[in-house]
Write a protein that binds this ligand. Structure first.
Ligand SMILES: *Cc1c(COP(=O)(O)O)cnc(C)c1O
Length: 365
């Protein structure tokens, strides 16, 4: 927390705005719209997952449809496809950004069309804050007229060619879950250039109530709006977003420095000057033949010193729950999962914690 969050929350209590609407919800949306710029319209929601679900509904994804989705991601990117009764088609990553591979994406689109069904949407993720290959993916989306849902849950504060993540999709989503770059304890947002999309998202998120003095419904609604209490935390967090990005980027430098002389250890970083990652999490991949140890060796050594590190996201096409879903790709995401590791990356890691990490990693540098 930055400090001012409590003031906004206290204001909500003092004015009795304890509801999924109120001045903090509106204020948080305005603050996000200002930050994202370029006419972004933001609907504050209860989670990033809810935002993804509404994005699919707004793009008319229904039972029997197919949706293309990055395989290497958190399951929340893919679950809402199932909520809609649609089928996820998983796509491998490429090596530069670890995100959606344009070659396999196009291969999948062509193959699905030849099988008689054109996919309804593309879910592209900025994993660990690293922007996906915007130009290539957008070009494919335009060529085949398949809209992009930009999963920017991990990438608020990242940019590609100075344009902010959260502004690239036909519809974009953000998450303010407890572990993200800024948090509302739990929360999310749907972002679009179209005011009507924002309005429709809010309509669906508040039980799809028609204009009438009584309760009338012509559509199925959801209870997905953000609470005014949580939005208060969000308003305060917006004041420290830039600081958090700076601190996370510093953590990435910290690890680059630790491993600078070690062959076989690569700290995940931007492929070119066009990309700027918020480095939500700092990750490494290990070539165990060159390094002489594996990512699991590092994880266990850190664990011994009571420091938590975790493997990278396990690709969706390897998850038991999605075992029957089609997959297009090679073994890029699979190998990243096998050889990668997320290291302690918090914005609040004190010098003493960083010293402990350095010491614990000494045998691997
Ligand atoms: C966190 C996350 C989500 C889901 O956001 P919630 O607010 O936790 O529902 C979706 N996609 C990715 C890539 C995430 O990391």
């Amino acid at each position: 927390m930055g400090g001012t969050e409590r003031n906004y929350v206290t204001e909500a209590f003092d004015t009795n705005w304890i509801a999924p609407l109120g001045p903090n919800v509106t204020g948080f949306e305005i603050s996000l719209e200002k930050y994202l710029g370029e006419n972004s319209k933001v609907a504050a929601l209860s989670s990033g997952t809810a935002a993804l679900h509404l994005a699919l509904i707004l793009l008319s994804v229904t039972k029997g449809d197919e949706v293309l989705c990055q395989s290497m991601t958190f399951s929340a990117s893919a679950n809402p496809i199932i909520y809609q009764g649609a089928t996820p088609i998983f796509i491998d990553s490429e090596e530069d950004t670890w995100n959606l591979c344009p070659i396999h994406l196009e291969e999948a689109i062509k193959d699905r069309i030849s099988k008689g069904k054109k996919p309804k949407a593309i879910i592209a993720v900025h994993l660990y804050g690293m922007p996906y290959k915007i130009e290539e993916i957008t070009a494919i989306s335009k060529k085949y007229e398949i809209p992009i849902i930009e999963d920017s849950a991990e990438a608020l504060g990242s940019t590609c060619k100075n344009q902010k993540c959260g502004t690239f999709g036909d519809i974009s989503i953000l998450s303010f879950n407890g572990n993200k770059i800024i948090t509302t304890s739990g929360g999310g947002a749907l972002v679009s250039k179209d005011r009507k999309i924002k309005e429709k998202a809010i309509f669906l998120a508040t039980q799809a109530r028609d204009q009438a003095p009584h309760y009338q419904h012509s559509e199925i609604g959801y209870n997905y709006r953000l609470s005014n209490i949580c939005a208060g935390i969000g308003r305060g967090q917006m004041e420290v977003l830039d600081d958090h990005v700076l601190l996370r980027r510093k953590m990435n430098e910290f690890y680059k420095d630790i491993f600078k002389n070690k062959e076989g250890v690569t700290v995940f970083t931007e492929p070119s000057k066009d990309y700027k990652s918020n480095h939500w999490l700092s990750c490494i991949v290990i070539d165990s033949k060159k390094a002489g140890f594996s990512s699991e060796d590092i994880r266990l050594a850190l664990e011994k010193d009571t420091i938590e590190a975790r493997p990278l996201w396990k690709p969706m096409h390897l998850q038991p729950v999605f075992k029957n879903a089609p997959y297009y790709g090679a073994e890029i995401s699979e190998n990243l999962f096998k050889n990668g590791l997320c290291l302690p990356s918090g914005s609040n890691l004190e010098k003493i914690s960083r010293k402990r990490i350095t010491k614990s990693l000494l045998n691997f540098t």
